[in-house]
Write a protein that binds this ligand. Structure first.
Ligand code: NAG
Ligand code: CA
Length: 66
């Protein structure tokens, strides 16, 4: 049996990264351990909101830590 690939994604929370998080969430061979957010084109709060929404949409448990 293969170990799942453990992932930590650091993201600025906009479109391409949101798609990457969706793909990672739906990949049965991957385990998304954590997502960290940074300010980029949008504020860190908006990035966090985007990521939280994406994870909830993919039925992942969201625990926010600041
Ligand atoms: C992320 O948040 C920004 C700002 O609220 C919004 O304009 C953008 O559409 C969001 N992107 C995604 C992929 O949810
Ligand atoms: Ca990015």
């Amino acid at each position: 049996m293969h170990e799942k690939t453990k992932l930590v994604i650091d993201t600025d929370g906009i479109t391409d990264d949101i798609r990457a998080i969706t793909i990672a969430s739906q990949n049965p061979g991957a385990e998304l351990i954590a997502v960290t957010t940074v300010r980029g084109c949008i504020s860190v709060d908006q990035a966090t909101a985007n990521v939280s929404r994406t994870l909830r949409a993919n039925e992942k448990k969201v625990i926010l830590k600041t």
